[in-house]
Design a protein around this ligand. Structure first.
Ligand SMILES: Cc1ncc(COP(=O)(O)O)c(C=O)c1O
Length: 264
């Protein structure tokens, strides 16, 4: 997220969030030539996006983790479909500010090895390949989505995937809400990216789940280095375990994740 800002030498500052992922920020400070970027964290913050949009001018919404959340009229919003589906690259931008420029179309067939390998032999063996392909996306100019990515995205059954993700999320939430220190309160139609479970012994639980071959994502480990230890962001990073709910899994996997957690 910082890459384009730094590349264009745009001045920026970070803001804090509260335990509901809401910005702690005085929106009156935003000048006409400044923007405020808000992230729809884990695809569970539609309500927070609405609230921010009601009081904040020049808002950009980062829906990278909320593929299924619709953009708000007039609010520039971007999406990263590779977080939700088996594609290596590509993004969507919703905006009414059109540029009078055309961009080269990306070529992505060489970035598929981790996806193909993962399907055949499992994610573990191809993690390094994934990391390399991920890094290859750094420092790219703006490009149009590749034809291959477009083709794959046009063949996806979006409704079925949404229903599976939502069902997996609901199973985890119904069993874990009592121990979850986060108030997870999502809207009816929301389709989250992951189930965030916050527990005091988050680090220990992560290790236990990894030992049981539950593949866990980590988001923004840099926060531990960048933020004061006393800040809530630091605590959130340490204590939230991001449980997988994606379309490769169903009730059986969700129940076995719950079993591991209940037996810690
Ligand atoms: C919140 C958020 N925004 C933006 C991005 C960038 O997405 P991409 O690397 O697909 O461009 C990420 C990727 O991790 C993200 O988590």
């Amino acid at each position: 997220m910082l890459e384009p800002i730094q590349k264009l030498k745009i001045r920026y500052e970070f803001y804090s969030i509260d335990e509901l992922f809401q910005p702690k920020f005085d929106f009156a400070r935003i000048r006409d030539d400044e923007v405020f970027v808000y992230n729809n964290y884990f695809g569970i913050c539609d309500e927070q996006v609405n609230k921010v949009a009601a009081k904040c001018k020049n808002l950009i919404v980062d829906n990278s983790q909320a593929f299924y959340s619709l953009p708000l009229p007039g609010v520039d919003t971007f999406y990263s479909p590779r977080k939700f589906f088996g594609i290596p690259d590509g993004a969507y931008l919703y905006t009414d500010t059109l540029l009078d420029e055309s961009f080269e179309t990306d070529i992505s067939y060489q970035r598929f090895e981790h996806l193909l390998g993962r399907a055949d032999k499992g994610a573990e063996e191809f993690y390094t390949v994934f990391k390399n392909n991920d890094e290859a996306l750094n420092n790219q100019p703006i490009k149009q989505m590749s034809k291959l990515t477009q083709k794959l995205l046009s063949g996806i059954d979006y409704d079925t995937i949404a229903a599976i993700r939502r069902q997996n999320f609901d199973i985890l939430h119904s069993h874990l809400k009592e121990i979850n220190k986060l108030k997870v309160n999502i809207e009816l139609g929301a389709v989250p990216m992951t189930y965030p479970l916050m527990v005091s012994d988050g680090e220990q639980l992560k290790q236990k789940l990894i030992q049981n071959k539950v593949f866990l994502a980590t988001y923004w480990p840099n926060i531990l280095k960048w933020c004061d230890e006393k800040l809530l962001e630091n605590k959130l990073t340490k204590e939230i375990v991001f449980l997988p709910i994606d379309q490769r899994y169903d009730e059986v996997e969700m129940k076995s994740i719950i079993e591991v957690i209940e037996n810690v």
